[in-house]
Write a protein that binds this ligand. Structure first.
Ligand code: 13P
Ligand code: SF4
Length: 304
């Protein structure tokens, strides 16, 4: 729990700075953030910034998206080394090779991708809008990366297109920790609970879900559903947000050990240091920025 004194200090320091935080951030950061959400919500929030500084609490690809959308502002991160391991699995070279092999395909990349690769994409997507984005394209063949599990989820809902995963086995190491046994055990322990599963989980786990959702869609589902209990199949940070916003309902993490080490690199101490000192500015090569911006803008237009 943050003291009144700390909250007052944060309020003073935030006069010229907006704090954006992903749903997996530690509870203290979520508590003082101006906006907490999923990857898509954070992009949309980054389009409406009216202060010169953004302190982005998440991982590299999210802060880079905010920087692309705000070239005249300074985007800071608590830790500039918070690189998403999934994004590192798709070098731009692999996308270029796939394009050569399938010249008639559109390239849809999950936003969890480095800028060099994004510069090769026609459009980005997040877990919240991937099905909609792929459906909206005229091409029948879709090069899709880096998450093979999200690709499986999209293919399941878009039968008239062929998805070509690049790389073949890209994945999130945190969501790979969930196993079908976790779902079976959780259902036995909480038979009344709805099971919410993130599409970064394996197909075996997704098949056992009641709903497949992005992190923000999980919050919305928990608010709208008449169910009183939920099993949450994503990183445990989201459980804090659900319990804070819906204290009258019960939330059980599908697996307590599902912790994204990269997201948790943003400690409270590092957060406060950047709020005070503002040194960790995200820098983007202007040449890549121009091309990477196109795929991001197209995603925002298609999911408006
Ligand atoms: P969303 O919050 O967009 O569902 O993404 C989850 C995730 O793993 C982000 O890195
Ligand atoms: Fe990357 Fe997975 Fe962590 Fe999200 S949860 S930042 S996809 S490693």
């Amino acid at each position: 729990m943050l003291t009144q004194e700390v909250l007052e200090e944060v309020r003073e320091l935030k006069r010229d700075c907006i704090v954006l935080a992903h749903n997996y951030q530690i509870p203290e950061i979520q508590q003082v953030a101006d906006f907490v959400g999923d990857s898509l919500g954070l992009c949309r929030a980054a389009q409406r910034i009216d202060k010169p500084y953004i302190l982005f609490c998440g991982v590299d690809f999210m802060a880079e998206s905010a920087a692309l959308l705000n070239p005249d502002k300074t985007v800071l991160m608590p830790d500039l080394e918070a690189h998403c391991p999934m994004a590192a699995q798709l070098p731009a070279k692999l996308v270029r090779e796939a394009k050569e092999e399938h010249p008639d395909a559109a390239v849809v990349l999950y936003i969890n991708t480095r800028l060099e690769a994004r510069a090769e994409a026609d459009v980005l997507c997040t877990s919240a809008n991937a099905v909609r984005i792929v459906r909206s394209l005229p091409e029948k063949k879709i090069i899709f990366g880096p998450d093979v599990n999200l690709a499986w989820h999209v293919q399941r809902h878009v039968r008239d297109k062929e998805l070509i995963p690049v790389p073949e086995r890209g994945h999130c190491i945190t969501h790979l920790l969930f196993k079908p046994e976790h779902v079976k055990r959780a259902r036995e322990e909480h038979p009344e609970a709805e099971v919410l599963i993130h599409p970064e989980c394996t197909p075996e786990v997704q098949l056992l879900a009641d709903h497949i959702c992005s992190t923000e869609q999980m919050v919305r589902r928990a608010k709208e559903s008449s169910a009183r209990e939920f099993i949450v199949g994503t990183e445990v940070g989201l459980v804090h947000r659900l319990r804070r916003e819906l204290p009258e309902k019960r939330f059980y993490p599908l697996y307590e050990g599902a912790i994204c080490r990269t997201m948790k690199m943003n400690t409270w101490e590092k957060f406060m240091k950047q709020l005070r000192e503002r040194r960790n500015a995200v820098r983007i090569d202007p040449e890549i920025a121009e091309r990477a911006m196109l795929s991001l803008q197209r995603m925002l237009e298609l999911s408006a």
